[in-house]
Design a protein around this ligand. Structure first.
Ligand code: FES
Ligand code: FES
Length: 155
């Protein structure tokens, strides 16, 4: 599999989910196993601009590409990505279970749409459930990150 810019080998069976391969095969435990049935978004990874629920995806479908990005691949050269900085500065970070998936949905959105409206952000994050937040700060953080990325010309 091509994960976070590297070719990684992992033994799987036909039934192994992408989430199991990432977490238990490759040790990438940032993607969380929440509901394990496609409801909560905790397992979200990004595949070529799309947010994918890894718990309901089969690993074999990714054995020969396409490129997968997990939360471990978001930081650059040890520095937080502007999206991570924005969550920090805005106070948007929630718990370790929901935040990785929220970040990956936002990451996928910004890859496709560098200037999303509040409604588009809400739509993109609608599959990431957290009963603890009102989502307002999360939306603000995504807007802040989008602006930073646009200023850097690399959204
Ligand atoms: S763990 Fe995949 S959607 Fe909940
Ligand atoms: S589920 Fe993570 S803070 Fe609510």
């Amino acid at each position: 599999m091509r994960v976070n810019g590297e070719e990684r080998d992992c033994a799987v069976t036909p039934n192994t989910t992408l989430l199991e391969a990432l977490r238990y095969g490759l040790g990438l435990t940032g993607s969380k196993q929440g509901c394990d049935k496609g409801d909560c978004g905790a397992c979200t990874v990004e595949v070529e601009g799309e947010a994918i629920l890894a718990c309901i995806s089969l690993a074999l479908a990714y054995h020969d590409g396409p490129a997968i990005t997990t939360i471990e691949g978001v930081a650059e050269r040890g520095q937080p990505h502007p999206l991570q900085d924005a969550f920090d500065l805005t106070g948007a970070a929630q718990c370790g279970f929901c935040t990785p998936g929220i970040l990956m949905s936002a990451w996928a959105l910004l890859r496709k749409n560098p200037n999303p409206t509040r409604q588009e952000i809400a739509q993109a994050l609608s599959g990431n459930l957290c009963r603890c937040t009102g989502y307002t700060k999360i939306f603000e953080a995504v807007e802040r990150a989008a602006e930073t990325l646009r200023q850097r010309g690399r959204a």
